[in-house]
Design a protein around this ligand. Structure first.
Ligand code: GLN
Length: 285
């Protein structure tokens, strides 16, 4: 009988397997550590304190399976079931888009327009895991936040997140864009599907495993922006803000769409990678 491998050996092998895939987005060492810690039911620090311990056989087997799945491209967040956003630990599964760091810009810009000292109503259209709605709720405890999604499976995830984070000011609605909502909002925020259905980007990395409906609105990449802008016009109070995340090459088109419909103070802002990422506008007073 061969001796069980130590945690150090397992990590080394897992990391090597991940490095061989040459996925530029991956962090092989970190991912191997996350997965092994998870198989042991421990935090990552445990791995360093116990590097020379033999691994329990069942944990070693599970770890090798997870590494194989990761080698096949499965997103790490779906395997761990977690993704951090705005410092909130969110649960995720394949019914929802994995929250992206660049979406934190959308939250930041919304918060700049949402004062702490008065009552507020905020909508998140296409909430998915609930990331945007929950980030806003965590920073503006006095706000009434309404989150909409077409997918009941996504709403299950979002509700679960609201519950385990104890953020009870968010109400969830199933439906299309702004349709389930009434009026008098201070802000409508959305990271809607905006990748064209024939874009080869959809066949890369994590996107291959994510819900198509969260990524692409079909052939017309601006469809969601148009529908949400129309819905937001009717539901924002005068002076209220509409904020969209969009693709790096869509800033001009989204600005044009809002300007043509009479929105004020229309502007596009860039993310940390200096790419056009958010366009916003104010409903005329
Ligand atoms: N920003 C995502 C990406 O580029 C796409 C998300 C979306 O369509 N809303 O991977």
């Amino acid at each position: 009988m061969t001796a069980s491998p130590t945690l150090r050996q397992l990590l080394h092998d897992g990391r090597q397997a991940l490095e061989a895939v040459n996925n530029p987005a991956a962090a092989p060492r970190f991912e191997a550590e996350l997965l092994l810690a998870r198989c042991l039911g421990q935090g990552r620090s445990y791995l360093f304190a116990h590097a020379d311990d033999p691994a329990p056989e069942s944990a070693a087997d599970t770890f090798r399976e997870l590494i194989d799945r990761r080698v096949e491209g499965e997103p790490i967040a779906y395997m761990t079931g977690e993704q951090e956003f705005w410092s909130l630990p969110l649960k995720v599964n394949p019914a929802v888009l994995i929250p992206r760091p660049e979406t934190e810009l959308l939250v930041e810009l919304a918060l700049e327009r949402l004062p702490l000292d008065r009552t507020l109503r905020v909508a998140d259209i296409g909430t998915g895991s609930g990331a945007i709605a929950l980030a806003i709720a965590s920073e503006r405890p006095q706000a009434e936040v309404h989150a909409v999604d077409l997918s009941p499976e996504a709403l299950d995830v979002a509700r679960d997140n609201a519950e385990h984070l104890g953020l009870s000011t968010v109400t969830f609605h199933c439906g299309s864009w702004c349709e389930p909502l009434d009026g008098d909002f201070d802000a409508v925020i959305s990271n809607p599907p905006y990748v064209r259905s024939d874009d080869a980007y959809l066949e890369t990395g994590d996107l291959r495993f994510e819900p198509r409906v969260a990524l692409t609105p079909g052939d017309d990449e601006l469809l969601a922006f148009r529908s949400i802008a129309r819905g937001a016009e009717e539901r924002l109070r005068p002076g209220g803000w509409l904020l969209f995340e969009h693709g790096f090459d869509q800033g001009e088109a989204v600005r044009k769409l809002l300007e043509e419909r009479g929105w004020e103070a229309v502007a596009t802002l860039q993310d940390l990678a200096h790419k056009d990422r958010v366009t916003l506008g104010r409903k005329p007073a």
